[in-house]
Design a protein around this ligand. Structure first.
Ligand SMILES: [Ca+2]
Length: 409
C-alpha cells in the first residue's frame, strides 16, 4: 500500500471556476491573493447568515473558514474616522454556486469587498509530485495521498529508509531521488509490496507451517443452494514440493450420509492435481497437471452436471478438461468447506496424510456457475473476483481459521 498522509488542513474555500468567471466579467476590479478571490466595491446581497464587527478582511475570511456552511464573505471598511485601522463589518454568506454565477445578487457597494475563498483540491498543485488530492466535502478539508517515495502534508518530503518503506524483507538504500528497494526473490514493485504470481496481494493470506490435522480454515453452511454447476478458484503456494502427503487444499462435505466422501475436493499431490465431485470412496479425477515449484499459482476447477463436464485452469490458462464426472449429479447445499484438509466427516475426520502444508493460500472463492475463460484470466492477472454467482468468498474464512498464521497485507 502506498503511504497515506492524512493530517487534513483547511484552506480558503470556494470554487476556482467562479474566480475565472468573475475575472472575465469584472477584470478591472478583481484582485487575487494566494487563496481567495476578491471583488472590490461589490457585495453579495441576500445570503447573509452572520454579521459582526471584524478587525479586518483577513479575520473575516478566517471566520468564514471556521464555519463549515460559509461560502463567501462581504467585508466593508468602517468609515475613515480615527484609529479604525482596517476594521469593518464582516458578513458571512451561505449560498450555492448559482448565487455568484448569476451576477444579479452582486451589487455595487462603495468600499466593500466580496470574497470567495479557494481551498483544497481546487487549488492547482495542492498535492505535489503526483500525489492525489482527497477532498472531504463534509468536513471541508483535504488531504494528500502521496506516491512513493514522497510523503508529508503536500507530498513534498522524501521518504527515507528510516521509515522502513521496503516490504517483504527487501533491502533499502537511500538516494538523492528517495529510497530504493531491492526485493527479495518472489516480490516486486516500488516497495516490493507485490508478490510474483499473486495478483491478489491485497487480500489476507493464511500460512500452513506443515502438514497437520490441526491447521485449517473452515466455513459451515458454505453453500446455500444445490449446485448443478460450480467454479472453485484459489491462489496457492507450496513450500515443499517433495511432500508425499495428498495436499488437499479444498474440500466441501455435507451430511447426506457417507463416511469418507467429499462433495467437492481439490488435492494437489496425487501425483498430479486431483479433483472430485461426490467421491463416495471412489478415486478422483487426475487433471494431469501438477505444481512442481514453490511459487504462487492460481487454480480454478469448473464442473457442470450436464455431461459431467469439468475444466482445470492453472495460472489463468485452461490446462485440461473432460466429461463424465458425476453426470446429472446435484451437489447438496448446507455443507461445510474446509481449506487445507480432506474431510472424512462433515467438518472433521482429518488425516495428516491428506492435509495441506507447508504452504500458503489466499482468495478461495466458489461460484454457483461455470466462469468463463476470460473471468478466470482476469482473476489470475488482476485479482478481478467477479461477484456474479459468488457462493462463498474469502473474507468469510477469516473467522474460521485454526492452527495457521493469518498474514494481513
Ligand atoms: Ca481422508
Amino acid at each position: 500500500m502506498e503511504p497515506v498522509n492524512a493530517p487534513p488542513f483547511v484552506l480558503f474555500r470556494g470554487l476556482l471556476l467562479y474566480a475565472i468567471f468573475i475575472t472575465a466579467l469584472e477584470s478591472s476590479t478583481v484582485s487575487r491573493s494566494a487563496y481567495f478571490t476578491t471583488l472590490t466595491n461589490k457585495q453579495l446581497k441576500g445570503f447573509v447568515v452572520k454579521r459582526f464587527e471584524s478587525l479586518g478582511q483577513i479575520w473575516c475570511s478566517q471566520s468564514c473558514l471556521k464555519n463549515a456552511w460559509c461560502t463567501s464573505t462581504n467585508f466593508k471598511l468602517a468609515p475613515k474616522i480615527a484609529k479604525s485601522d482596517g476594521k469593518g463589518t464582516c458578513e458571512l454568506n451561505k449560498h450555492d454556486g448559482s448565487a455568484v454565477k448569476e451576477n444579479m445578487f452582486l451589487q455595487f457597494e462603495e468600499g466593500a469587498s466580496f470574497s470567495v475563498p479557494l481551498k483544497g483540491c481546487q487549488i492547482t498543485d495542492s498535492c505535489k509530485n503526483g500525489g492525489a488530492c482527497l477532498y472531504d466535502e463534509k468536513k471541508q478539508t483535504y488531504s494528500c495521498k502521496c506516491k512513493p517515495p514522497w510523503t508529508g502534508e503536500t507530498c513534498a518530503e522524501l521518504v527515507t529508509c528510516d521509515s522502513h518503506p521496503c516490504k517483504n524483507n527487501a533491502t533499502c538504500t537511500d538516494g538523492v531521488d528517495g529510497y530504493n528497494c531491492s526485493c527479495a526473490p518472489g516480490f516486486y514493485g516500488t516497495q516490493c509490496e507485490k508478490i510474483e504470481g499473486l495478483s491478489c496481494s491485497s487480500a489476507y493470506r493464511i500460512i500452513f507451517k506443515q502438514s497437520t490435522t490441526e491447521s485449517y480454515a473452515i466455513k459451515a453452511n458454505a453453500i446455500s443452494s444445490n449446485l448443478t454447476e460450480f467454479t472453485v478458484c484459489l491462489f496457492v503456494k507450496r513450500k515443499d514440493i517433495n511432500s508425499s502427503h495428498y495436499q488437499c487444499v479444498y474440500s466441501y462435505a455435507e451430511a447426506s450420509g457417507y463416511d469418507i466422501g467429499n462433495a467437492i475436493y481439490v488435492c494437489l499431490n496425487t501425483p498430479n492435481i486431483e479433483i472430485n465431485v461426490d467421491n463416495r470412496g471412489y478415486s478422483g479425477t487426475n487433471t494431469g497437471v501438477k505444481i512442481n515449484d514453490t511459487m504462487w499459482h492460481h487454480i480454478c476447477v469448473t464442473w457442470r452436471s450436464t455431461n459431467g463436464a469439468w475444466q482445470f485452469y492453472l495460472d489463468g490458462q485452461l490446462q485440461s478438461n473432460g466429461t463424465g464426472l458425476k453426470e446429472n449429479h446435484q451437489i447438496p447445499a448446507g455443507g461445510t468447506v474446509v481449506i487445507g484438509q480432506d474431510q472424512d466427516t462433515v467438518g472433521g475426520g482429518f488425516q495428516t496424510a491428506d492435509s495441506f502444508g507447508p504452504g500458503e493460500v489466499t482468495e478461495v472463492n466458489l461460484w454457483s456457475r461455470v466462469l468463463s475463460a476470460s473471468d478466470i484470466a482476469a482473476q489470475y492477472a488482476n485479482c478481478h473476483i467477479t461477484k456474479v454467482g459468488l457462493m462463498h468468498w474469502w473474507e468469510q474464512f477469516k473467522d474460521g481459521v485454526s492452527g495457521v498464521t493469518v498474514v494481513k497485507p
